[in-house]
Every structure is written in structure tokens, then in C-alpha cells.
Design a protein around this ligand. Sequence first.
Ligand SMILES: CC(C)(COP(=O)(O)OP(=O)(O)OC[C@H]1O[C@@H](n2cnc3c(N)ncnc32)[C@H](O)[C@@H]1OP(=O)(O)O)[C@@H](O)C(=O)NCCC(=O)NCCS
Length: 218
Amino acid sequence: MTVTNKKLLVRPATHADAGPLIGVLAEAFHEGPVADWLIPDPDERRTVFYRYFTDALHHALEHGQVHTTADQMAVAIWYPRLEPTPTDTRSRLEALERIAGAYAPKFVLLEETFGALQPDDPHHYLAYLAVDPTCQNRGIGAALLAEHHRRLDDLGLPAYLEASNMRNRRLYLRLGYTAGHTITLSAHGPTIWRMWRGAPTTSGRTPFPHPRPRRRSL
Ligand SMILES: CC(C)(COP(=O)(O)OP(=O)(O)OC[C@H]1O[C@@H](n2cnc3c(N)ncnc32)[C@H](O)[C@@H]1OP(=O)(O)O)[C@@H](O)C(=O)NCCC(=O)NCCS
């Protein structure tokens, strides 16, 4: 059951929060179809995920907006995408090879696919939302997003994300997102849902923009 968590204190994260938040990300994303597909062996997955999320969190603290709770048990990573963002392809490839070793090709496919399907319309991108597995289903994830959604509504900006399973997809639908075309990463890969929360208008929310797929190679 979803509990509305009205008293949750949400604040911007700093580098001092990195240790606990990397743990929250690595542990929250450890289970699920995308995790199983990326690295089937759970022990190897844990090792690589801690490296991957160390890189992701530090990148976000420098270039994005990171929100956490007073107890550091949850984290949301947003990137304002108000204009096209160039990717340094070569250095990203090298980073993924350093981080994921033999598993790098799947991480490259994942990031390349997500990058190619980003909507062109200005929006904020929710790259990651994670609640520590010991604290899930208490309304924390929803509360962490509520504050930023309010801010986006005030600014007249949409939000975009990829939902990695049916369960979190359900949460996003409840929070005002609509599901777009699905993404299938490979023949036996997991299904992922592109989701869009339009900007508020007098007659509802702006609709999901049609995807204009473009190749963006890492
Ligand atoms: C998804 C997640 C951020 C939600 O935060 P939360 O505090 O647990 O969620 P809330 O209590 O606010 O809302 C509950 C809803 O979250 C979703 N949810 C809860 N636990 C989940 C889990 N382990 N995996 C996926 N979705 C989950 C469900 O939709 C649930 O509603 P339900 O009662 O209909 O099943 C959190 O569960 C999590 O970190 N899950 C693992 C990582 C993940 O899937 N992140 C989102 C990537 S797109």
C-alpha cells in the first residue's frame, strides 16, 4: 500500500552525502529485469553497480540536481535538458569499459538507446530514483518526486524518464506520467517504458512528443 509521506524533509545532496547515496542506488537497483540482463551474476553485479553509481552520483552532483532525504535513505537524480546536450562519446566509452569491464557493451547499448530516444522538447530528465530497500513502500519515493514536480509545474516544464519495470511504471502513472513507446534492448532484453509528465495547461498536460529517433553512438 502506498502511504503519503507529507513530513519528509527533502534537501539538495552534496558531496558529503555521496557514500550513503551510492549505497542506496546500488542496492535499490540490484534487483529487477534490467539488472538481471546487465549482469546475471549477483555478486559481480554488486561490485560493478557500486562503481557505476559512484560515477553516476559524482557526475550528477557536478552537472545535475540531486535530491535526498534527511536520513539519506533515498535519492533522485534530475538533469535539466533545456537544449540538446553534447556527449563526449570517446570518454564515456572509456569510462564504461573501466567501470563495467566485460559487461561494458550492455551498458553502452543501454545508454546509447536511452540517449537516442530522449525527447527534443525542453524537459527535466529523471535519470535515477532510488529508495533504500529497507524503506520502500512508505511513500518516500513519491514524496521525493512531489517537490520537484511542483517546481516543474511552476516553471511550465515537462518531465521524462524510463521506467524499468511494471511496478515502478505504476508509481509513475499515479504521479501524472503517461507511458509512451516501449524500448526493448535486445532480443532477450527487458522491456522499458518511456514516460512523460507534460507541462500543465488549462486543458490538462502537454502530450508526449513523438519520438524522433536518432543514432547517438557512444
Ligand atoms: C521505485 C521506488 C523509487 C519507489 O519508492 P518507494 O518509496 O518504494 O515508493 P512509494 O512508497 O512512494 O510508492 C509505492 C509504489 O512504488 C513502486 N515500488 C515500490 N517498491 C518497488 C520496487 N522494489 N521496484 C519497483 N517499484 C516499486 C510501486 O508502484 C508501489 O506501489 P504499489 O503499491 O502499487 O506496488 C523504490 O521502490 C525503489 O528504489 N525501487 C528500486 C529501484 C527502482 O525501481 N527505481 C525506479 C527506476 S525507474
